[in-house]
Design a protein around this ligand. Structure first.
Ligand code: BG6
Length: 493
């Protein structure tokens, strides 16, 4: 099966921070894949900029290495490499000084009407200075958009300051706040599952759903990102954005259409309905942890503090939270979220557990009846599983077994699953902000997160240690078991 391509108009993309990790791992490979698929028009240009002095050829070498590392060899034919690399130019420019900007003016001057994408793959402290210069140099045309990466602030207050600085130069519809989780195929499939099938909607309420779990588990540690990570921590890095966005997609009301604002209005309502944690709940409904040395699939690994080289750090590498939503649909249905680094497996999934049957009419010996569970697996092995109770085949009475109706996307569609950035970058060019966070969503998410951060600042408690390669601190297990529930663990659960 071949993917349907929606061609985009010619564009210039200017990547600030073009020699950084994000450009190398995600942006350059994503643009290559779209080009290889024939979606990028011949005239489109990729203009890299950063402080470092570099020639066009050196930048092309950097891009070649990125492709060698992150794109399958069979796609990198000499013709394709040549066509793709010919789009690249490089301009050394200082974000907060005038140096180099006149060259950017020149490079863009020839295409005043063309779509312009300014991608800020730089730290948030540079968002304001870069936007200001783009404004001063009159580089922001009506056909321009700016893309900003998280973290968008470290609190509601700093997010507001950043949004104000960007907003001075770009109108809100031109601002694309990227949350790459929204570009993941399975995340979009969650919307298809809910709003293109009539099966689930009548059951998608507190009357039928017992609880929801969202797990985003990584086996990697912080490694070379320790410097950034230590100023962030799992709550800001993963929960404030990715995981709350996933929660919104599970919990939102059906939108009136797939228009950007129709979808984002519904997500905003969810964020505004999150019940602020009380002082007691800040202790009991939130668990933070920090990994210690241990072993993972990759062998023995160091603890976070050793990786960071600072034995004093209180930064959390794991968080679990029990969230409640004050709405008619979700009253009394807890959402348990957890995320962490150096956990037992790389696994991101959403599990919706339905209520048990009201009366078990089967004999006890027929086995213990399990509730139905719908599992939406984001990675790896994207797919959807619906666990049902069925009769075990054969004579010998009625024995029940819990087995999944299992749909693997890789098997159902024999195409490569595109990376989130491929879809999102083309959406930016097309001017479709549906899968990007609107300013009010970011503010509402911070409003929920800020009290947790404030509480941590004020308490003498430290994150609970957990051994690398496990599922996090034992108090995270206690968090859900106190309610008589357990974490859903993996494909054989
Ligand atoms: C990023 C976080 O946003 O998402 C990283 O900053 C995290 O810390 C990453 O590792 C996870 O993304 P993915 O797509 O690998 O699940």
């Amino acid at each position: 099966m071949t993917a349907r391509l929606i061609p985009v108009d010619p564009f210039d993309i200017v990547v600030f921070g073009a020699t950084g990790d994000l450009a190398q791992r995600k942006l350059i490979p994503a643009l290559f894949h779209r080009d290889e698929q024939g979606q990028i028009p011949a005239e489109a240009r990729i203009i890299g900029t950063s402080r470092r002095e570099m020639s066009d050829d050196e930048f092309r070498k950097f891009a070649t290495t990125a492709l060698e590392l992150f794109v399958e060899e069979k796609l990198r034919t000499p013709e394709m490499m040549q066509k793709f690399l010919a789009r690249f130019t490089y301009i050394a420019a200082e974000a907060s000084k005038e140096d180099g900007w006149s060259k950017l003016d020149e490079a863009l001057a020839q295409n005043q009407d063309r779509i312009r994408v300014f991608y800020l793959a730089v730290g948030p402290d540079l968002f304001g200075p870069i936007c200001e210069r783009l404004g001063n140099h009159k580089l922001v045309t009506p056909n321009s958009r700016v893309v900003v990466e998280k973290p968008l602030g470290k609190s509601g207050e700093s997010a507001q300051a950043l949004n104000d600085a960007i907003g001075k130069v770009f109108a809100e519809p031109m601002i694309y706040r990227i949350d790459h989780y929204l570009g993941k195929e399975t995340v979009q499939n969650l919307m298809a599952l809910r709003f293109a099938n009539s099966l689930f909607e009548p059951l998608w309420t507190a009357a039928h759903i017992d609880h929801v779990q969202i797990t985003v588990a990584e086996t990697l540690g912080v490694e070379s990102r320790a410097g950034y990570y230590d100023t962030s921590g799992a709550l800001r890095d993963m929960v404030q954005n990715h995981i709350l966005q996933l929660l919104c997609l599970v919990a939102m009301e059906p939108p009136s259409s797939m228009d950007a604002d129709a979808v984002r209005d519904e997500k905003l309502k969810v964020l505004k309905s999150l019940k602020t944690l009380t002082t007691d709940q800040l202790e009991t409904s939130v668990v933070r942890g920090q990994y210690r040395a241990g072993s993972t699939e990759a062998g023995a690994v160091k603890g976070y503090l050793e990786e960071l080289g600072n034995p004093e750090s209180k930064t959390e590498t794991f968080v679990a939270i029990k969230i409640e939503i004050a709405s008619w649909r979700w009253s009394q249905v807890p959402f348990y979220l957890r995320t962490g680094k150096r956990l037992a497996q790389r696994e991101s999934e959403i599990m919706v557990e339905f209520k048990p049957v009201p009366i078990n009419v089967f004999a006890k010996s027929a086995s213990n009846l399990q509730p139905n569970r719908l599992v939406i697996r984001l990675q790896p092995d994207e797919g959807v599983k619906l666990w049902l109770s069925v009769k075990e085949p054969g004579p010998g009475g009625m024995r029940l077994k819990n087995v999944p109706l299992d749909m693997s996307f890789a098997e159902a569609f024999s195409t490569r699953q595109p990376e989130a950035y491929e879809r999102l970058l083309m959406d930016v060019v097309r001017g479709n902000p549906t899968l990007f966070m609107r300013r009010d969503e970011v503010a509402a998410a911070w409003k929920y997160i800020d009290p947790i951060l404030d509480h941590w600042k004020d308490t003498t408690d430290v994150p609970k240690p957990y051994t690398s390669g496990t599922w996090g601190p034992t108090s995270a297990i206690a968090l859900i078991e106190r309610d008589g529930r357990t974490w859903y663990e993996g494909p054989d659960a």
